[in-house]
Design a protein around this ligand. Structure first.
Ligand code: NAD
Length: 344
């Protein structure tokens, strides 16, 4: 058999612009694209208006949670012939879906990659805040073996309120049941399997009133924006623990600060923050941070902030990269897009 090396070398490679690309994105996407005719071009910055106007050679873009794709960016992308935005995440609140549909740009996402990763990180935040292992770690390194200020509480028997029992919420409910907590939930679409294993569905009001720990596992939408606000906080138990590993916009951060200052909120764990766009995923250690709200939050001893890392496990990264490659290939072949997101 004669192999035509020229034709092999001249294979048509589809160019894809990958924004907000960190070293780990490069390695997982490169691995997942082996054997496919895809040529990823990695850009470390988030997609901006200026970049959107300059993109001439890419029909496909690959974006992440904080790449904002508003109407004005959609217009620019469309005039540069962009046809597909492949999101490397589950949430799509950063994209104006209506504008994308009007301009004929398809949006695909990775609906599920590891609900375990996010649910387990939620547990890690609860345990850290409760048992103060972050403080103990630092103390012991300074030869301070005192226990003053490190007292926690038993999770056994506590009431955990879960808002949203989709893929992540379900795993989280089971984890908390395993710790012998009473798990109550709110979801506009209660899940029968959850009810069968003893998860009680109640109104939001009841969750606010009864929960010792309240965890947000629902998407950000016009309906859920600032679900946690001054009014809902006032209905909560004194000393409540609030955990948000979903989206920053679910919480009115100023109301949180007030709740923390008054002692109404006893613990706060957030993996997401409403204004995280220009902060999270970046090393800003030599800069003066202008966001006073996050800097105030950081000062509370009972607040734990992680930088949108709940998804970040090896299993999840592999699944995200493989599904992204599949989404792009389906689009290029003209197949139906299994993971397409459409406007309302
Ligand atoms: P999912 O779509 O499987 O489940 C979402 C659930 O929320 C559904 O059951 C839905 O009925 C429910 N819901 C919708 N509106 C609601 C409302 N008003 N009140 C209460 N519940 C409501 O999604 P998922 O995979 O479980 O992910 C949940 C969210 O977690 C995502 O939307 C995303 O924002 C966030 N997330 C965060 C990370 C991270 O790294 N921190 C990673 C992945 C996902």
């Amino acid at each position: 058999m004669v192999i035509d090396y020229n034709s092999l070398n001249n294979r048509y490679m589809q160019k894809i612009a990958v924004y907000s690309a960190k070293p780990y994105d490069k390695s997982f996407l490169t691995e997942a694209s082996k054997g496919h005719d895809l040529e990823f071009h990695f850009f470390e910055d988030s997609l901006s208006e200026d970049m959107a106007s300059m993109l001439r050679e890419f029909e496909v873009l690959c974006l992440f949670v904080n790449d904002v794709v508003n109407r004005s960016i959609i217009e620019k992308l469309s005039s540069n012939n962009v046809k597909l935005i492949a999101l490397r995440c589950a949430g799509f609140n950063n994209v104006d879906l209506k504008a994308a549909s009007e301009y004929g740009i398809k949006i695909a996402r990775v609906p599920a990659y590891s609900p375990y990763a996010v649910a387990e990180h939620t547990l890690a935040m609860i345990l850290t805040l409760n048992r103060k292992t972050h403080r103990a770690y630092n103390r012991v390194r300074e030869s301070n073996f005192s226990l003053n200020g490190l007292m926690g509480f038993d999770l056994n028997g506590k009431t955990v309120g879960v808002i949203g029992t989709g893929k992540i919420g379900q795993v989280f409910c089971k984890i908390m049941q395993g710790l012998n907590c009473r798990v109550i939930a709110y979801d506009p679409y209660p899940n029968e399997n959850m009810q069968e294993i003893g998860i009680e569905y109640h109104s939001l009001e009841a969750l606010f009133n009864q929960s010792d720990i309240l965890s947000l596992q629902c998407p950000l939408s016009s309906e859920t924006r600032h679900l946690i606000n001054s009014e809902s906080i006032s209905k909560m138990k004194d000393g409540v623990m609030i955990i948000n590993t979903s989206r920053g916009g679910l919480i009115d951060t100023e109301a949180l600060v007030k709740g923390l200052k008054s002692g109404k909120i006893g613990f706060l764990g957030i993996d997401v923050y409403e204004q995280e766009e220009n902060i999270f995923f970046n090393d800003l250690s030599d800069q003066i941070i202008q966001d006073d709200l996050i800097m105030r939050l950081i000062t509370f001893p009972n607040v734990l902030i992680t930088s949108h890392q709940a998804f970040f496990t090896e299993n999840a990264m592999k699944n995200i990269a493989e599904t992204t490659v599949m989404n792009i290939n389906q689009f290029l072949k003209g197949d139906e897009l299994e993971n397409e997101v459409k406007a309302g």
